[in-house]
Design a protein around this ligand. Sequence first.
Ligand SMILES: C[S@@+](CC[C@H](N)C(=O)[O-])C[C@H]1O[C@@H](n2cnc3c(N)ncnc32)[C@H](O)[C@@H]1O
Length: 512
Amino acid sequence: MNSWNEGYFTKSTYTYGYYRELSPNFMRWCLLIKGIVAPELTEESFHCELGFGQGISANIHAAATPGTYFGTDFNPAHANLANELAKTSKSGAKFFEESFEEFSKREDLPQFDSIGLHGIWSWISAENRRHIMEIARRHLKSGGMLYNSYNCLPGWAPAAPLRELLAIYDRYSGKSGAARGRVEPALKFAEEMIAAKPAYMNLAPNFAKTFDHIKKHDPDYLAHEYLNLDWDLMYFADVSEISQEAKLDFAAAAIPLEAIEKLNFTAQASEFLNKIDNPTVKEQAADYFINRQFRKDIFVRGIRKISPIERIDKILGTRYILMTPAENVPMKFNTYVGEVNLPANYYRSILEFLQEDSYRPKNFNEYLQRNTIKDIRNLIEPIIILVNGNHIMPCQSESAVQLVKKNCERLNAHICERAIFESAINFLASPITGMGVPVNRFQQIFLSQYKNVGKTADELAAKTWQIFYRQGQRLFKDGKAIESPEENISYIKSMAEGFLRVQLPIFEALGL
Ligand SMILES: C[S@@+](CC[C@H](N)C(=O)[O-])C[C@H]1O[C@@H](n2cnc3c(N)ncnc32)[C@H](O)[C@@H]1O
């Protein structure tokens, strides 16, 4: 290929997403709940993200994880922002503007404790997948973890022709511009075809429903997802075999709930799956029961197991932090096998324990000192369910927190300053968890005003309104612009009161 983009869509930059699965601390914890040893996160650790996009996850993890971060993305606009953020946080991250091929040939890379790639594998060529495996083969430590996510079969099988329709329309449209001008005509074409009821839809009854779901996404996201030259669907076994080139074995899903069998499979499905001896066949067969479209896999180079009792000891010994007020955590949720109702009294006692002392992070040995529990194993399932739902999060060690605190402060201050002008980055870095925390533009402005200007809702409202007023912006309530300054201020004040009462105590506990 002559072009640097190798058929990858580069006419618009990617979205500003954050993914906890790329966090070394989260990867470690997913391995822990499967009883697998993971690298310690220390000052001497090295981590790497491949295809970091706008670099939001990469920078949050570089700032909030001890050690040194590396990464590459061949889109210069992406590398530009990623490096600007790294400079402000002083995390020491080294972000390159190289292709996977160029990066795989570097002679100056360290041995990584973790490598992460999210939203890459299915959208690049087989040759590029080989370059990624070469990076892992040469540079992942023994015991190192690799996170890879990809569109998979069999879940995508019925709707794959829909993607082909969008891609082929675009390829022959003669258009070469930015996302919106290409995505919209392709969507219109597909919509018209669906309205004309092609016979294929009899075979894939969810075709129209999938299209309705797809078309709601942001055009930049859709262009990167569907308009690339490459879009390869694979079964788990295919990816597992390719990963063997770098001596990688599948270890765990970066989806905690998958560690609880009864919440994923009916008794009949479990009985069938548990008769399968080969782990690869079993893992792939499971995808048929779940009808899985997207996998989030953690591979390890040289799996080592810990004993069941050590596993429990370590899960309970980890500190956790509550991410939402205890009373807001729902007591039911949906799984592949239907709705699950949680025993509310038991869960509330756990959540209230974590909320005590202004949300101070706590381990469950402290809970056990105060509560009598018949069997300590009964604590493992609630912990996994609550982490899965993002309601609680595993924390880093106290020493790790000290190492990364300043980097996070600098990165967060910069993101909050940017919030005055735009609402691009809606996440901040927590030194406590080593992960990103969703914080919207208003919350970022309030947080920065609270730290630097004033502490009351009146002060926050007045200062925030000044920012909006200078930019000629108004707030919207029930879809209508609020016109008078007094009404704008009063509306901002009500948001500020909510912020001070509900979010601020959690943000402070998270070290934001
Ligand atoms: C779908 S985006 C995902 C970005 C990010 N991981 C995320 O999830 O937000 C894929 C990224 O991979 C980068 N990319 C694609 N092919 C590449 C290659 N051959 N070498 C380096 N980067 C590549 C693109 O520039 C883009 O930023």
